[in-house]
Design a protein around this ligand. Structure first.
Ligand code: KIV
Ligand code: ZN
Length: 384
């Protein structure tokens, strides 16, 4: 079973979500929870971006011991210096240097030729490697870059001292079969690839973030970058909880595992949701409020007979609880079970009477609560 490292960027890319602004205390609270979750690397921020971010990265770097802490830096001397000042006291100083490699970014954003990009990438990785024992290099917009050019860049930065090579799908453009081919190509064409960890980082613009991450893992990536609840720029990043649980539940398929403490997932999701003020949609995989709720009669009946009929992930696995909300789709079996949980021990005739009243009510209300059921039971007893 291959071990896949989880690189969490909730505090950096995740914080780039429009409207999200976490203060230092909130960031530390999230970092402590990420450490409990056992993520391998926490990207705590972008130290050169603001004095507040610098301070948060420094505080996290000095407080967290069981996860490695990193900070983002453009391929610029001043960014690398600022990252060093923020991270030098961490247990395992690590930097994440990036520069764009796609034709559109090089021409319009950087206004640099491909050769100049290689020169700047090599120069900054060399500089970073003089201070940091671990240097990650990201080829921004890798998925829209020319593949032979990427090979040239990667060989050059590994020579310069990069120990992790990350290939982001920055704008969420790629498809799973394409990213798979890209990782395969890089794995076979970069002569020194064995000297570095290959990493994947995917955005969700076309809803492919998690699928692309898993495809890249299958094609050789041994580090995956993601955020809690999938928060991040635009449509967000690949979601940590979905990747970790997919690797666990389908370990037969991926032959890979993360070291994530899955039981902490629900709590981590709730914390990030509360502090970022980003609600988790009810139908969100793994951590949504409905992820373990079974409403229809057929499903509730199946669940009462054998849980695996409709449940591939147990709620306990991720620290959640299951529920069978009673609504208009619920059947008699689940209804009877719920009533006996509430202490009902009347005859089948009374039960049928309450069930009919329940169906009438369920047509008018989205969910019938326990209070409603008590009221129906009382009415039925009074009627007799
Ligand atoms: O999406 C991206 O390209 C990034 C890089 C800075 C790694 O977030
Ligand atoms: Zn990103």
């Amino acid at each position: 079973m291959r071990k896949v490292k989880i690189f969490d960027t909730t505090l950096r890319d995740g914080e780039q979500t429009p409207g999200v602004n976490l203060n230092s205390q909130e960031k530390l609270e999230i970092a402590l929870q990420l450490e409990r979750l056992k993520v391998d690397v926490i990207e705590a921020g972008f130290p050169a971006s603001s004095p507040g971010d610098f301070q948060s990265v420094k505080t996290i770097a000095n407080s967290i011991k069981d996860s490695s802490i990193t900070g983002l830096a453009r391929a610029k001397e001043s960014d690398i210096q600022s990252a060093w000042e923020a991270l030098k006291q961490s247990a395992e100083p690590r930097i994440h240097v990036f520069i764009a490699t796609s034709p559109i970014h090089m021409k319009y954003k950087l206004k640099l030729t491909p050769d100049q990009v290689i020169e700047q990438a090599v120069h900054s990785v060399k500089l970073a490697a003089q201070k940091f024992p671990h240097v990650q290099f990201s080829a921004e917009d890798a998925s829209r870059s020319d593949w032979p050019f990427l090979v040239k860049v990667i060989d050059a930065v590994i020579d310069a001292g990069a120990t992790v090579i990350n290939l982001p799908d920055t704008v969420g453009y790629t498809m799973p079969s394409e990213i798979s081919k890209l990782f395969d190509y890089i794995g076979h064409n970069v002569s020194q690839i064995d000297k570095a960890i290959l990493s994947t980082h995917n955005h969700d613009d076309l809803g492919m973030g998690v699928a692309n991450s898993l495809a890249a893992i299958q094609a050789g990536a041994t580090q995956v970058e993601c955020t809690v609840n999938g928060i991040g720029e635009r449509a967000g990043n690949a979601s940590l909880e979905e990747i970790a649980v997919a690797l666990h539940i389908r370990s037969d398929y991926y032959q890979a595992s993360s070291g994530i403490h899955l039981k902490e997932l629900k709590r981590t999701s709730a914390l990030v949701s509360r502090l970022s003020s980003m609600n988790v949609p009810g139908n969100k995989a793994v951590v949504g409020a409905n992820a373990f709720a079974h409403e229809s009669g057929i499903h509730q009946d199946g669940m009462l007979k054998h849980k695996e009929t409709y449940e591939i992930i147990t709620p306990e696995l991720v620290g959640a609880t299951s529920s069978a909300p009673l609504g208009k789709h619920s059947g008699r079996h689940a209804f009877k079970e719920k009533l006996s949980e509430l202490g009902f021990n009347g005859s089948e005739e009374v039960l049928q009477h309450i069930f009919t009243a329940f169906k009438d009510l369920a047509d008018k209300k989205k969910e019938v609560t326990e209070d409603d059921l008590y009221a129906l039971m009382t009415d039925a007893t009074d009627d007799r």
